[in-house]
Design a protein around this ligand. Structure first.
Ligand code: BES
Ligand code: MN
Ligand code: ZN
Length: 501
């Protein structure tokens, strides 16, 4: 899908479909829709539909008007953005996404989006609409033999002649990069375990890096062992597939020496649980256990293209988690790269093991700030469901900065605590630390475990277990991989470059 900007007025633009948004100003008894654009031509073209009551109070419903009066567009699509008072930029992403997903199965291949008037201005509106459109363009059915390619060919955003054209173009270009990079991560996550082994993930990373001009280093079993990554290796040792340590560097000329941002991703290409094997029911979903790693690669792709003046290093620990005669066993002791001794209680708590070494390694590479993303715990899904991802931080400044990034990305994360008392749950009688701490506060125990490997480095941990995979279709996004965390990570990184907006 291409995205482009057109300058002109709504009456004159020729398109398959013009997309506008309505909001509801009514109350519980009766809905009273109005357009977000105070434009007489549009209001006239939409008046009849608005009056029919076809647009109810149902958020993100879509109503199509054919041959709209007074417009050159062949169709006018009105998206209900929900209650006027509650309408925010995140809803704009979903509204634009709804339009794309409504038009796609009708084989309508292009449309023109009209940015609404709202606080934040036209650039913010463009950004949200374009990101939302790209997210909606993605479909996961890549292996369906009679797949119809439903992707849109082009979306355009219409701005009036008196708007700041250069700034609008920049917003559109940057949003396209973000949307495409999020979809790149989703493509990786969508692949099943037999087609996305650690080796293949590393190849895909290398390919991407070559395309966008990033340095990429890939290490195998020998180097992982040579680096003394005993925690990472303990997960990989049970598998016939070799693990890969993927290191991607973005070191732009003119960037200050510090900070060096380290993005560490869990890249378990399939999680059977190992010897502490998972039940069969739903195990197929564990192909998405590399979503944290994929998010880091997606973010690096966007960063390479957006070129903020800040150093970033991504570390992805890619491995399978398999049972076998070579697999680690509960009770085993593993020495992490940092030197900490870990008692393995449950081989299914493998994510924290690979991340322990990934985080420590990132520090040895000179990272001054660490961010990790992982489909780490079922407990996080229990706690926050599929609305918020979990976030942990050991430092208020980095948390504050990340919160700002969330404002821009529109992604929802909810902070969970790291009180030192929780450490009691993972204290081992035989070693320094155990890899599980019981069911109580499962997401927190996992984060406490990771914290042992970041030391004092400012650190953000994202548990995206509930958010990396959509269990059902939504009007704005398909069931399947979501690409969560990509946009927030990129916004966080960009916040270090004062000139990037
Ligand atoms: N990859 C899983 C976490 C997960 C579970 C993600 C469900 C998405 C949905 C992780 O490796 C895992 O198995 N965690 C265990 C930890 C437990 C053994 C302490 C879990 O959450 O059950
Ligand atoms: Mn597991
Ligand atoms: Zn896992």
């Amino acid at each position: 899908m291409d995205a482009r900007l057109i300058v002109g007025n709504v009456a004159e633009v020729e398109t398959e479909c013009l997309v506008i948004i309505a909001v509801d100003e009514g109350d519980k008894q009766k809905s009273a829709p109005r357009l977000l654009n105070r434009d007489a031509t549009l209001e006239k073209a939409a008046a009849e539909v608005l009056a029919t009551g076809e647009i109810t109070s149902k958020t993100f419903e879509a109503v199509m008007v054919h041959r709209p009066q007074g417009l050159k567009a062949r169709r006018l699509l009105i998206i209900n953005g929900g209650k006027a008072k509650k309408f925010k930029s995140g809803d704009l992403r979903r509204a634009a996404g709804t339009a794309v997903r409504f038009l796609k199965p009708k084989m309508i291949k292009s449309c023109v989006l009209v940015p609404p008037e709202m606080e934040g201005g036209v650039e913010e509106a463009i950004r949200c609409m374009v990101e939302g459109a790209f997210v909606a363009d993605f479909d996961p059915d890549t292996y369906r033999s009679e797949r119809r390619d439903l992707r849109m060919t082009e979306i355009a955003v219409l701005i009036p002649g008196d708007a700041q054209q250069a700034a609008a173009q920049r917003a559109l270009d940057q949003a396209s990069i973000l949307g495409q990079s999020q979809n790149f991560a989703r493509e990786l996550v969508n692949e099943p375990g037999n087609r996305m082994t650690p080796t293949i993930l590393a190849e895909r990373a290398r390919e991407m890096c070559e395309k966008v001009g990033l340095k990429c280093e890939i290490m195998g079993p020998q180097q992982i062992k040579a680096l003394k990554m005993g925690a990472f290796w303990s997960v990989a040792q049970g598998s016939d597939e070799e693990p890969r340590l993927i290191v991607v560097r973005y070191e732009p000329a003119g960037a200050p020496e510090k900070p060096v941002l380290g993005l560490v991703g869990k890249g378990i290409t399939f999680d059977t649980g190992g010897i502490s094997i998972k039940p069969a029911d739903g195990m197929e979903k564990m192909k998405y256990d590399m979503a944290g790693g994929a998010a880091m690669l997606g973010a690096m792709r966007a960063i390479a293209l957006l070129k903020p003046k800040v150093r970033v290093i991504a570390v992805v620990c890619a491995s399978e988690n398999m049972p076998s005669g070579k697999a680690q066993k509960p009770g085993d002791i593993q020495i992490a790269m940092s030197g900490k001794a870990i008692e393995i209680i449950n081989t299914d708590a493998e994510g924290r093991l690979v991340l322990a070494d990934g985080l420590h390694y990132a520090r040895t590479l000179g990272c001054t700030h660490l961010l990790d993303a992982a489909t780490l715990t079922g407990a996080c899904v229990v706690a926050l469901g599929m609305v918020n991802a979990g976030i942990f931080a050991n430092n208020e400044e980095i948390y504050e900065r990340f919160s700002q990034a969330l404002q821009r990305s529109g992604e929802k994360f909810w902070r969970l605590p790291l009180d030192p008392e929780y450490f009691d749950q993972i204290r081992s009688a035989i070693a320094d630390i155990m890899n599980t701490g019981g069911r109580a506060g499962g997401a927190i125990n996992a984060a406490m475990f990771l914290q042992e490997f970041v030391d004092e480095t400012p650190w953000i941990h994202m548990d995206i277990a509930g958010m990396a995979w959509m269990d059902e279709n939504k009007s704005w996004i398909a069931k399947g991989p979501s690409g969560v965390a990509v946009r927030s990570l990129v916004e966080f990184v960009r916040s270090y470059d004062k000139n990037s907006s």
